[in-house]
Design a protein around this ligand. Structure first.
Ligand code: HEC
Ligand code: HEC
Length: 212
């Protein structure tokens, strides 16, 4: 697979390990089911980036899953986070939203689905650390406007629409300024069921006793 995915590394960096200070998201070491869902999303028009989509538009589901499995299995270190010029108040607002959400606005905490250490949950929920701030802002913006879609029910669209521009900016600043613990391995299960239903993640496991 390595020679076949060389075209991908032009943008996603050597072995798909892009750095936090550009725009291209890292793909190395992300959960396999998540990566496969995204390749299908690009191929089938639920996400758009024409310079990338043309490379995969004729590939089969099986081939896209193989590519996803290849990148998911790469176990590579992360660089330190980018230095950001943001206020302490903004960072604190971001930290609070990630860990507590805002119940008064039915905004769940990000950790409830993305995992306690925000490194994602195998096999289909991505971690949110080690990503460029511009990329995070753009994804949340794209969900709010319907330019990025996931399998229905699209929980992230609901969440992005409940966030203000200030929320998005604060959360992205906090996420992009955190070091990635270890090699960013996704958790194997969540402690409790997801607070909203999300399409494409039926395979995520809930800890014994966590199912209410
Ligand atoms: C021309 C540059 C470019 C090339 C080449 C490219 N990508 Fe991408 N890729 C991007 C950009 C930009 C995004 C984010 C697009 C967006 O804003 O949603 C992306 C997103 C992704 C994502 C989603 C990541 C996430 O965290 O959701 C995956 C998976 C991915 N690319 C895999 C690949 C694979 C596999 C190849 C090779 C077949 C490839 N890309 C080639 C630019 C590229
Ligand atoms: C109810 C569960 C749930 C909650 C709560 C949640 N997410 Fe997500 N998130 C998901 C799922 C599922 C995906 C994968 C969607 C897909 O397959 O495209 C995702 C994907 C994302 C992505 C895309 C990552 C990438 O690499 O492109 C971002 C950004 C994101 N979430 C941000 C957030 C933020 C910020 C919060 C907290 C305010 C949050 N999420 C809360 C379930 C959730």
């Amino acid at each position: 697979m390595a020679p076949r995915v060389l075209a991908c590394t032009v943008c996603h960096g050597k072995e798909g390990r892009s750095t936090p200070d550009g725009y291209f998201p890292r793909i190395a070491g992300k959960p396999a089911g998540y990566l496969a869902n995204q390749l299908l999303n690009f191929r089938d028009g639920r996400r758009s980036y024409p310079q990338m989509t043309y490379l995969i538009e004729h590939l089969t589901d099986d081939y896209l899953r193989e590519m996803a499995a290849y990148f998911a299995a790469l176990d590579l270190p992360y660089p330190p986070p980018a230095r950001l010029d943001v206020s302490a108040a903004q960072i604190e607002r971001g930290r609070a939203l990630v860990h507590q959400g805002d119940p008064s606005r039915q905004l769940p905490a990000c950790v409830q689905c993305h995992g306690g250490s925000m490194t994602g949950v195998a096999p289909s929920i991505p971690g949110l650390l080690g990503l460029p701030r511009d990329y995070l802002n753009s994804q949340l913006g794209a969900w709010a406007t319907g330019q990025r879609r996931a399998h229905a029910p699209d929980c992230m669209a609901d969440i992005a629409r409940r966030m203000t521009a200030e929320d998005v900016s604060a959360v992205s600043a906090w996420l992009a300024s955190q070091p990635v613990p270890g090699r960013g391995h996704p958790a194997t299960h969540l402690p409790a069921p997801l607070p909203l239903r999300c399409g494409g993640v039926d395979d995520v496991r809930i800890a014994p006793g966590g199912r209410s």
